[in-house]
Design a binder for this molecule. Structure first.
Ligand code: DGI
Ligand code: FE
Ligand code: FE
Length: 205
């Protein structure tokens, strides 16, 4: 395992641009910290962080070619912005190149850009780590960093909403995964609140 991580880091150092290499290391660190905070597997979080942007260097034509080769479903949103496929393609590359078979790690890589309904704890951790790693510097990032270490679901919800606002400001398409993921989180949080209220009522009776 240690050996594999060292190999991956050396490969990334030679393949990725210096800034992105640093981003990747930062995401891995943030993911590990969040895993510790929320009781997820720290090694898986670190590894998913290292691998999350594996397919980022591919240009649009290469991305589409790879996605077709892996028989991924290329919806019109991916077709119009092939960079959105770098998570899904990256997960396949991680499997092929490094023999990663852990579904949770592969899904965390695959859905780190758009999110999806029913995200696992590890998927949420990697999604957020990508957003809040130390070199990220955009309005609102500090609030998001604080939220990330306070309430995982609330922070992911906030990140979805910031992304959606960012995309609307730029008149870009919003991937349906993000919309569905946001609805799913809102519904789950509402259900949890109602359950807690019922419990409270019961305890007071
Ligand atoms: O790969 P990174 O740059 O580290 O981060 P990322 O994988 O979250 O990708 C961020 C980029 O993806 C950013 O430019 C916004 C864009 N993006 C995220 N969700 C959507 C999106 N672009 C479109 N068009 N639609 C989305 O739903
Ligand atoms: Fe990415
Ligand atoms: Fe990233």
């Amino acid at each position: 395992m240690k050996n594999k991580v060292a190999t991956i880091i050396e490969d990334l150092r030679s393949v990725q641009k210096p800034r992105r290499f640093q981003h990747i290391l930062n995401v891995s660190d943030a993911a590990k910290q969040l895993a510790k905070k929320y009781g997820a597997d720290e090694e898986s979080a670190y590894l998913a962080g290292l691998l999350h942007d594996l397919a980022k260097p591919y240009d649009a034509a290469t991305m589409l070619k790879k996605a077709e080769a892996y028989q991924l479903t290329i919806d019109p949103i991916y077709r119009s912005d092939p960079q959105l496929l770098h998570g899904l393609v990256g997960a396949r590359v991680a499997q092929e190149q490094y023999g990663i078979e852990d579904r949770d790690i592969l899904n965390a890589i695959a859905y780190h850009t758009t999110g999806r309904a029913g995200m696992s704890r590890l998927e949420k951790i990697v999604y957020l780590a990508d957003y809040i790693e130390v070199s990220r510097d955009f309005p609102g990032v500090d609030a998001l960093r604080k939220a990330a270490f306070k309430d995982l679901d609330a922070a992911v919800l906030l990140a979805f909403e910031q992304t959606i606002i960012f995309l609307i400001d730029r008149h870009k398409m919003i991937h349906t995964n993000t919309i569905i993921a946001r609805n799913d989180l809102i519904q789950k949080r509402k259900n949890r609140k109602e359950n807690n209220q019922q419990k409270d009522n019961y305890e007071y009776q």
